[in-house]
Design a protein around this ligand. Structure first.
Ligand code: ARG
Length: 398
């Protein structure tokens, strides 16, 4: 009996060719696994395609709920943005896809797993480190990295084995999509000095075509988790889909950046992430109301930054993340309340916030009637706070 290999299958050309290639090169039975993280593709067609190409069996796994609950939510609580901008949509999905592939590998008694990432990107790292952490004994194969075929050779290979090749002239982009965002690479995007062409965008309108009237929305959080939109309780995947749609209509969440990849190169990346942009903006705003200054700064500078890096670097399944999650769980205890946002022509601005655990005290903050802040106390405070600099100042003079 042939040995089995489980392949993370997307239905695209690379992983379709990989089914055949892996059978040829390694003499294995290929088990294809397509994981639905909210791309809104026809997964039944994808399953049939895998079987038609020659997969021994094919699975479709709906992981949207798990993606939202166990991957997006922790990232949101950490306000995770790589290099301060990228909400990590693709980066978050890879460990989940890897987890599903490993589950199937165990069920099928497979000895090996494979993914369709190239050798130039971050995704190979995320897949493989996740495989290694979850199933240290599985062999890992990266066909696209190994076969070294040019696009033309790959298409020729596909034709030879009757693998469907996209007929119509495709857009020149490489796209990755899930609930948390859409990434656009390649083609005209590679010219860092050129504005991304409008046809790169699918989820968002150009802010110039967004409504001329602002729209206000209310988001409610409980211990850092968004639970309601405009007073309506929604499941997390539903809330995210709605915000993608509402934000997209206002042109919110377009990101254009030069990003530092793990493999050492800089790369021009364009993203559309309306829901991620809105939710992270709102969540940060609520933290500003409910976390003390030192906790807020510590979390921002050390925890959140590290969390985003760890996701980008493929270290999702690490003890480091467990430890950071422990910190975040405690920190988010009081991040409960509401944030009102104004959506207008590509911008998303918090304009109001409230919480039963608010640390904002108007009787201390006000410059008007009812001020209870005792300004006399500030005198001694400032003297001691400034004392070291007074001493420095003397040294400089001498
Ligand atoms: N630069 C982003 C990242 O590394 C996007 C990757 C998109 N992946 C893809 N296979 N198209 O997370």
């Amino acid at each position: 009996m042939k040995e089995k290999l489980v392949l993370a299958y997307s239905g695209g050309l690379d992983t379709s060719v990989a089914i055949k290639w892996l059978q040829d090169k390694y003499g294995v039975d290929v088990v294809a696994v397509a994981v639905d993280v909210g791309e809104e593709k026809n997964y039944e067609e994808i399953r049939e395609k895998a079987l038609k190409i020659g997969a021994a069996s094919a699975y479709v796994i709906d992981a949207k709920e798990e993606f939202a609950r166990d991957f997006i939510l922790p990232a949101l609580k950490a306000n995770a943005l790589y290099e301060g901008r990228y909400p990590l949509s693709a980066a978050l999905s890879r460990p989940l896809i890897a987890k599903k592939v490993v589950e199937i590998a165990k069920r099928e008694g497979a000895k090996a797993v494979a993914h369709g990432s190239t050798g130039k990107g971050n995704d190979q790292v995320r897949f493989e480190v996740s495989f290694m952490a979850l199933a240290p004994d599985l062999k890992i194969v990266a066909p696209v990295r190994e076969w070294n075929l040019s696009r033309e050779e790959e298409i020729e290979y596909a034709r030879k084995f009757g693998i469907p090749v996209p007929v119509k002239k495709e857009k020149p982009y490489s796209i990755d999509v899930n609930l948390w965002g859409r990434s656009i690479e390649c083609g005209p995007i590679e010219d860092v000095d050129r504005e991304p062409p409008e046809d790169a965008f699918l989820w968002t309108v150009s802010p110039r075509n967004a409504p001329n009237e602002p729209q206000y929305i209310d988001l409610e959080f409980k211990e850092g988790e968004p639970i309601a939109l405009n007073g309506e309780q929604l499941s997390l995947p539903e809330l995210i889909s709605r915000l993608n749609e509402i934000g997209g209509r206002h042109g919110i969440g377009r990101i254009d950046m030069v990003e530092n990849r793990l493999v050492g190169i800089k790369s021009r990346e364009v993203y559309e992430a309306p829901a991620a942009t809105i939710l992270i903006t709102a969540h940060k705003d609520l933290e500003s109301l409910t976390l003390s200054r030192e906790l807020l700064h510590f979390k921002q500078n050390y925890i959140d930054t590290k969390y985003a890096e760890l996701i980008y670097y493929g270290l999702w399944f690490s003890h480091l993340r467990d430890c950071l999650d422990g910190f975040i769980k405690e920190a988010e205890k009081f991040v409960t309340g509401k944030v009102r946002l104004k959506l207008f022509k590509g911008s998303c601005s918090p304009v109001g916030r409230s919480s039963p655990y608010s640390l904002y005290d108007i009787s201390l903050a006000t410059y008007g009637e009812g001020d209870i802040f005792d300004q006399r106390l500030a005198e001694g405070f400032v003297q001691l706070w400034g004392l070291p600099y007074k001493i420095e100042g003397r040294r400089k003079r001498e």
